[in-house]
Design a protein around this ligand. Structure first.
Ligand code: SF4
Length: 400
């Protein structure tokens, strides 16, 4: 169901001909540099950071700690807050909302809000709710929520079961556009990290590790001035080995999930051509370099495709793979979500349950992620602009 207004083509309204510079997305140092001509003292920059990242202002006029003439001077020089805007909302019968959010050039990207999460994460049972959560969320219809964030418009990885892959890669998102999705959704939902239990999953459109620098800049903004603990973020990669090795060196980083989807290279190559570039053994070796926090586990995401990777022998092989891994791991099972013209079949609920049981009987932690927002194409692997159903000519896709 569409509940939003018209789709705008411009996120920022500039005076005709004037260059526009978005401030949202810049770090403290970058803000100082960008506004260098105004000679702002550090406390002014901190006030700006609070306004952008905590108060999520969309207009510089709202930086009330700043004198009016400063706000006007900065605006006249072509600077704008630049908070990405939700331009269209689709609401599912299950409460999930899918948004189109406009970037600086008017291109839209998809972001999903899932009240109560999707059942795939067990970490919440490890950590109590923040003390204010009960009071803060008492009037809300949700006690915790997960935001699924995109890192690119389209994707080059070409997983065969994924609708986003049909777009090819259109472009990378900037750090501001990645963190801005979160800010825009928190604003819409009147949600406050710290008071409300908000998880982020970087599992929307795109491969975060093919847009590594912008993705990690966004993580630092989210974990820093936006105050979302890194332990409440999970990034999923299709297995970009150089990205995983860089990630292993990061002092501040989300939890790691590997989009595995098969227990061996032969099956995986058929559904994820990127396996030919980085076979599973190389991916798992790279994951072994990541120093996990206490009680942290790596997640193996496993989309079940009927007749492809859901047989009992696949479960047994997956058990052996998890046992061989040099790190603690758990498995999130996802029944494939149907999409137009994607040549796979959804597994029967009994097959999903049997697969999970087989893993659990062998001592592998396995969870079934609840499908969310299927009716609005918000579920896993379905994120794709609902316009532009055909692949764009000349777009890059992973072929080898
Ligand atoms: S599943 Fe993820 S990595 Fe694979 S094509 Fe889709 S968006 Fe890209």
């Amino acid at each position: 169901m569409t509940t939003g207004g018209k789709v705008r083509t411009q996120a920022l309204d500039a005076p005709a001909g004037a260059p526009v510079h978005a401030l949202f997305g810049l770090s403290n140092e970058e803000l100082s540099g960008a506004l260098g001509e105004f000679g702002l003292l550090p406390y002014r920059i901190r006030q700006l950071e609070t306004a952008l990242y905590r108060n999520r202002i969309s207009d510089l006029e709202a930086i009330t700690p700043w004198p009016k003439d400063l706000r006007q001077k900065v605006a006249s020089a072509g600077f704008r807050a630049g908070l990405p805007e939700i331009v269209q909302t689709f609401r599912s019968v299950d409460g999930t909302e899918r948004y189109l959010i406009a970037g600086h050039d008017g291109q839209t990207v998809e972001t999903v809000w899932m009240p109560e999460g999707d059942g795939g994460e067990d970490e919440d049972s490890d950590s109590p709710a923040p003390p204010e959560a009960a009071g803060g969320s008492a009037k809300k219809a949700w006690s915790r929520a997960t935001i699924c964030v995109s890192s690119q418009i389209g994707c080059a990885v070409n997983c065969q079961f994924c609708l986003t892959a049909r777009l090819g890669i259109v472009r990378n998102l900037t750090a501001g556009e990645i963190a801005g999705q979160v800010a825009a959704v928190l604003k819409r939902q009147s949600a406050e990290p710290g008071r409300d239990r908000i998880n982020l999953v970087f599992m929307g459109m795109g491969e975060p590790f093919l847009n590594y620098d912008a993705f990690m800049d966004a993580v630092r903004l989210l974990a820093g001035p936006m105050e979302i603990p890194e332990s409440r973020m999970t990034v999923s990669t299709s297995g970009i080995v150089p990205g995983i090795l860089r990630f292993a060196q990061e002092p501040v980083r989300p939890r790691l999930a590997i989009s595995l989807n098969a227990p061996n290279d032969a099956v995986r190559e058929g559904i994820m051509p990127i396996t030919r570039k980085w076979p599973m053994a190389e991916v798992l070796d790279a994951v072994g370099q990541v120093r996990l926090r206490q009680r942290e586990r790596v997640t193996f995401e496993y989309v079940l495709l009927a007749g492809v990777n859901d047989a009992p022998e696949h479960a047994d092989e997956l058990v052996r793979l998890v046992r061989r891994a040099q790190f603690p791991a758990k498995v999130n099972l996802i029944a494939w979500n149907p999409g137009p013209d994607v040549p796979f079949a959804m597994p029967a609920p009994e097959a999903v349950a049997a697969f999970q049981q087989r893993l659990r009987e062998e001592g592998v932690a396995a969870f079934v992620r609840r499908p969310r927002g299927r009716d609005i194409y918000a579920a896993c692997g379905q994120l794709k602009k609902t316009v532009a159903l055909e692949p764009r000519e000349g777009v890059q896709q992973w072929s080898k």
